[in-house]
Design a protein around this ligand. Structure first.
Ligand SMILES: Nc1nc2c(ncn2[C@@H]2O[C@H](COP(=O)(O)OP(=O)(O)OP(=O)(O)O)[C@@H](O)[C@H]2O)c(=O)[nH]1
Ligand SMILES: [Mg+2]
Length: 353
């Protein structure tokens, strides 16, 4: 049997309006018990929502055609919490993590694709993510109806679409670790990427003791940016633990940005680090200082983290690594297993891969 579920469609925190969507066979019974009016499909009904004689709010309730209902509350956190608690008490499963995709059966839309788009809207943290996701409705319609200006995509074109994970990355932020020797400017660079002061920086090796992970908007691509402590041999037990923990973070990251100091001679530890992360994006920071070594053999990005110089290049390199630099939002992309399967089926039978 279908279960009863309550989902907070709007983001958490204070707002003018918060929408709680109720689903499942118990929805109308719940509203009959706690809402003062009879909900009507497709109509806005204004009434009181009360629990045991105490009015929680005077929401506008809209009954949905499939038996669910949207409860449009005043968006104070207390009101929202009370309504979700009430629903939970009445046996509803409550989803209030607005950073999760909405279960597809809860999402609005006439077609599966429209529901997939609506279901993933909460995961679009940036304007670019939102634009690319919303553009998929017409991109897919063109593919499925064959209404394309250019000829229908051939095997190579579909392979390219399958290999393009950009929308998956836009909806599920990849982890990017900033690593390097102590005092090279990793935290200063991280702060530039965050666009605000997040990590403590100081002219003292070993300033960052523990990784700082938070979402940064890199030219429209959200990434979980992890600033790590400088990797070095040390007797300080806390720093050693921090370095060990950051190694775990580095292992889990999808991209490593290795920061080096233009003004400090390269030692064998740094060379070993370069060899250990051959796929890292290499940044030569402190380019404003006289250089102590020749970086020309490295395919590196040169930055001055204190002034933001070169940081735009680094942003482009990070976004580009995940296929999100200079994106055309209208291009067809996939972001669910179902869509992947649809595309794979379209690969002509004579697939020579
Ligand atoms: N001249 C110059 N100084 C910089 C630059 N980037 C950072 N610094 C300075 O270098 C010092 C160290 O910077 P941090 O960002 O704390 O370095 P870190 O790599 O995070 O250091 P740990 O966390 O200790 O490993 C600070 O005094 C910064 O202001 C740069 O591009 N040029
Ligand atoms: Mg630091």
């Amino acid at each position: 049997m279908q279960s009863n579920r309550a989902i907070l469609l709007t983001p958490p925190g204070s707002s003018a309006i918060a929408v709680v969507r109720l689903f499942g066979p118990g929805t109308l019974e719940f509203l009959r018990r706690y809402f003062s009016k009879e909900p009507k499909p497709g109509r806005c009904v204004h009434g009181d929502l009360a629990d045991g004689g105490q009015i929680i709010d005077d929401p506008v309730v809209v009954a949905l055609p499939d038996g669910g209902a949207d409860v449009n509350l005043h968006g104070g956190p207390w009101v929202v919490r009370r309504v979700l608690e009430l629903a939970r008490r009445e046996g509803f499963e409550v989803c209030e993590q607005s950073r999760n995709a909405i279960p597809e059966e809860f999402a609005d839309g006439d077609t599966i694709l429209e529901r997939e788009i609506a279901a993933h809207l909460p995961l679009a943290r940036t304007e670019l993510g939102l634009r690319v996701l919303l553009a998929q409705a017409s991109a897919w319609e063109n593919l499925l109806s064959g209404k394309q200006a250019s000829p229908a995509p051939d095997r190579r074109a579909i392979r390219q679409i399958l290999d393009d994970l950009s929308l998956v990355h836009l909806l599920h932020p990849p982890t990017v670790a900033i690593i390097g020797p102590p005092n090279v400017g990793k935290s200063t660079l991280a702060n530039q990427l965050f666009g605000q002061e997040r990590s403590i920086t100081a002219d003292l090796a070993g300033t960052t003791r523990d990784w700082v992970g938070e979402i940064a908007n890199i030219d429209g691509l959200p990434v979980m940016l992890v600033d790590t402590p400088g990797i070095r041999e040390t007797d300080d037990a806390i720093e050693r633990t921090a370095i060990a923990r950051s190694r775990e973070q580095i292992e889990r990251s999808q991209l490593v940005v290795m920061v080096l100091d233009a003004s400090a001679p390269l030692d064998s530890e740094v060379s070993a680090m370069l060899a250990a992360y051959p796929r890292a994006v290499v940044v030569v920071n402190k380019s404003d200082m006289p250089s102590a070594w020749d970086a020309s053999s490295l395919n590196a990005i040169h930055t001055v983290a204190t002034t933001d110089e070169g940081v735009g290049d680094l942003r482009r390199a990070i976004a580009g690594h995940f296929g999100c630099a200079e994106m055309d939002p209208g291009r067809l992309r996939w972001w669910t297993d179902r869509q992947r399967a649809v595309l794979e089926k379209r690969m002509p039978i004579l697939d020579d891969r």
